[in-house]
Design a protein. Structure first.
Ligand SMILES: C[S@@+](CC[C@H](N)C(=O)[O-])C[C@H]1O[C@@H](n2cnc3c(N)ncnc32)[C@H](O)[C@@H]1O
Length: 274
């Protein structure tokens, strides 16, 4: 089978299962099977696949058709221009979360401690460490997530200290200058309406936050108040439709600001401890 035929057949199979962007997905999966960049296929459409490549490609197509996200198949996702390794132990970093990172990068905080709560793959902590050229501290409740984050930090050359902890429990009062978090915020009642790629494959602990989706914010915002120095910043990613409720939880904070994502929805809340 040639590359041209493999891509055409793969895209057709994926389209039949209503997989989004079937042609692009087929190219990514074939690239993974052949250890090639997608651009290679445009230059060599008539090249025959080796048997082992064809077998791997078939398996990846099958997995994708069963709902496994492409990123978990190829085990990587780009975030803020860098490649992060991902597994089913961690949430796949989302482009919206780059706005959260950008918000902190723009602040150019002083030399105090910066803590990323619920680091998952380490996307936020590693990126902040590299963009701000400083040590960052990251927590997660999941040991497996911390292992993945640690390996991303090492591979990308970031200086991050990882701690297994419940939110900010392990830190002393007034320890930090910045607390940043993309916490779980999906209401449990929305489970049925989630895309199957998310619901069936991404970690529960990374997604759900009680019936309203607010229960982690309800604990995290007071915890950040305790851990931040006066004048310190809290930056949170917020879910669709949660900006009013999360702003209300931050009513006692100063300079509460909401930043919209590319679709125009409030996505990041930034506030300062008085
Ligand atoms: C939405 S994911 C965000 C992952 C990563 N920061 C990102 O933006 O891609 C939330 C993360 O919070 C972690 N988490 C959930 N509850 C936690 C808790 N009580 N304390 C610490 N981490 C928690 C989950 O394991 C998960 O890694």
């Amino acid at each position: 089978m040639t590359i041209r035929t493999a891509l055409a057949q793969g895209a057709e199979l994926l389209a039949r299962e209503s997989v989004g962007e079937p042609r692009l997905t087929a190219e990514v999966l074939l690239g993974h099977a052949m250890h090639r960049e997608r651009t290679y296929f445009y230059a060599h459409p008539e090249q025959e696949l080796r048997e082992v490549e064809w077998l791997h490609y078939g398996r990846y197509l099958d997995e994708r058709m069963k709902g496994k996200p492409t990123q978990y198949i190829v085990k990587r996702q780009e975030f803020y221009g860098r490649e992060f390794r991902v597994s089913r132990d961690v949430l796949i970093p989302r482009p919206e979360t780059e706005l959260l990172v950008e918000t902190i990068v723009r602040l150019q905080p002083g030399r105090g401690n910066v803590i990323d709560v619920g680091t998952g793959s380490g996307a936020i902590a590693v990126t902040l460490s590299l963009e701000l050229n400083r040590r960052v501290i990251a927590t997660d409740l999941s040991f497996a997530a911390l292992e993945m984050a640690k390996s991303n930090a090492m591979r990308l050359g970031a200086t991050v200290a990882f701690i297994q902890a419940d939110l900010l429990d392990c830190f002393a009062d007034e320890f930090a200058e910045v607390v940043v978090s993309n916490p779980p915020y999906v209401p449990a009642v929305d489970r049925a309406s989630l895309q199957r790629e998310v619901r069936d494959w991404e970690p529960e602990l990374a997604l759900f936050a009680g019936p309203s989706g607010l229960c982690v914010y309800e604990r995290l915002i007071p915890a950040a108040w305790r851990v931040l120095k006066s004048g310190g910043y809290l930056a949170l990613e917020i879910g669709a439709g949660q900006s009013e409720a999360v702003s209300a939880l931050a009513a006692d904070w100063r300079n509460v600001q909401l930043f919209p994502d590319l679709a125009g929805f409030p996505r990041v809340l930034l506030c300062q401890k008085p």
